[in-house]
Design a protein around this ligand. Structure first.
Ligand SMILES: *Cc1c(COP(=O)(O)O)cnc(C)c1O
Length: 372
């Protein structure tokens, strides 16, 4: 079949033809046309969080994790102490990279099927005075749970702690307003809810802490302070920019604004998520999370109890019907994940459910119901 499959994965994801077509041109990195694209993308990213007065945004080459690592390396002083609120796989990754960046890291564990607790964070901050920074994963993509960003930001501000937010899978879909919440760094990337292609991240840095970030990074390539200083001076990226990724992101942001910005994107993803969960329920599938803690970004489903079920075969079956699913990321229970994000709507979600139903039939599995 010569048709692109629909990616129900949380990045890379399905992009529009317009976004793909934007990549059919070569750009010189120092050329004024490309410098203008960089400037325009940065302006429009700041628009999304209403951050012009309070923040700058610094793009960085690489996948999203590169930007999380860069944010920690740039924002946290070498003698800083980072507390990572941990309710899933991406939280554990953030704790690991914090340690590898040479910073003291502690984690605070929460159940994987529950949001982290701002009240528990407050108690910990009162008890452990050495903590300088908190890392929060806004939407924990490992399960799909939404964490309480505004509450955590309020606690950090009250106690004078820096806050680093991994908003990779939520940015541009869930509301984030820099005018009403304080954060030192917020990280996202091109290939998630903005529906660009993967290959670059970007970090919003609070202006008030920018000068103090000089010299924090132990890595040249990850130094966002240096990247910002160079970009301010020249309009250019330090080191080769991902030119095609950036122009695709620019085109994707134009479509994001045309669609109606964050509220419209959220509304479409909410409908995608509802269509998916309702359709899958009709096949017997059960989501891992309670609906009230589920972000409309990615849904974790329990694997069917039937002995014929095997994720590889299930995946290949759905793929042969045109839909690419995502493996689970939980260690204790067998699950798989389905993304609700990308240039797709409820029609594609209904087709995806039909493809899953066909796949179950082909595997001889009468129901998607899990063992309970
Ligand atoms: C996608 C994602 C990342 C970055 O992952 P990469 O594979 O490096 O792009 C980080 N945190 C969260 C919560 C994510 O969803």
């Amino acid at each position: 079949m010569d048709r692109d499959r629909i990616l129900l994965t949380p990045g890379p994801l399905t992009t529009t033809l317009r976004t793909k077509l934007a990549m059919l041109k070569d750009w010189g990195s120092w050329d004024s046309d490309f410098i203008a694209v960089t400037a325009s993308v940065r302006q429009r990213l700041l628009d999304i969080v209403h951050g012009h007065d309070s923040h700058v945004v610094v793009p960085l080459q690489g996948s999203g994790t590169f930007s999380v690592e860069a944010a920690v390396a740039t924002v946290v002083p070498r003698d800083g102490h980072v507390l990572v609120l941990d309710n899933g796989a991406y939280c554990k990754r953030a704790a690991k990279l914090t340690e590898m960046m040479g910073r003291r890291a502690s984690t605070m564990a929460f159940a994987e099927d529950e949001p982290v607790s701002a009240a528990a964070l407050e108690a910990r901050l009162k008890a452990v005075a050495s903590i300088t920074h908190v890392v929060l994963i806004h939407c924990e993509t490992g399960t799909g749970v939404a964490n309480p960003l505004a509450e955590v930001a309020a606690v950090c501000e009250k106690h004078g702690k820096g806050l680093i937010i991994d908003a990779m899978s939520s940015f541009a879909a869930l509301p984030i307003d820099a005018r009403s919440m304080r954060f030192d760094a917020l990280v996202a990337a091109s290939g998630k809810c903005l529906e660009g292609v993967p290959g670059m991240g970007f970090v919003f840095l609070r202006r008030a802490i920018l000068d103090a970030c000089a010299g924090n990074s132990l890595s040249l390539a990850m130094d966002l302070h240096d990247q910002h200083a160079y970009m301010t001076k020249t309009g250019q990226w330090r080191f080769t920019p991902p030119t095609h990724v950036l122009v695709a992101l620019s085109e994707a942001i134009t479509q994001f604004v045309e669609e109606g910005g964050q509220p419209a994107r959220l509304a479409r993803y909410v409908e995608n998520c509802r269509t998916l969960v309702d359709g899958m329920a009709g096949l017997g599938f059960k989501p891992f999370l309670k609906p009230e803690v589920q972000a409309p970004i990615i849904v974790t489903f329990h694997a069917p109890a039937h002995p014929n079920y095997e994720f590889r075969r299930f995946y290949e079956g759905a793929k042969s019907h045109g839909f690419v699913l995502y493996p689970g990321k939980l260690t204790q229970v067998e699950t798989f994940r389905v993304g609700c994000i990308g240039a797709i709507g409820p029609n594609e979600m209904r087709q995806a459910v039909a493809a899953v139903g066909d796949t179950l039939r082909e595997m001889g599995i009468p129901s998607g119901a899990p063992a309970l």
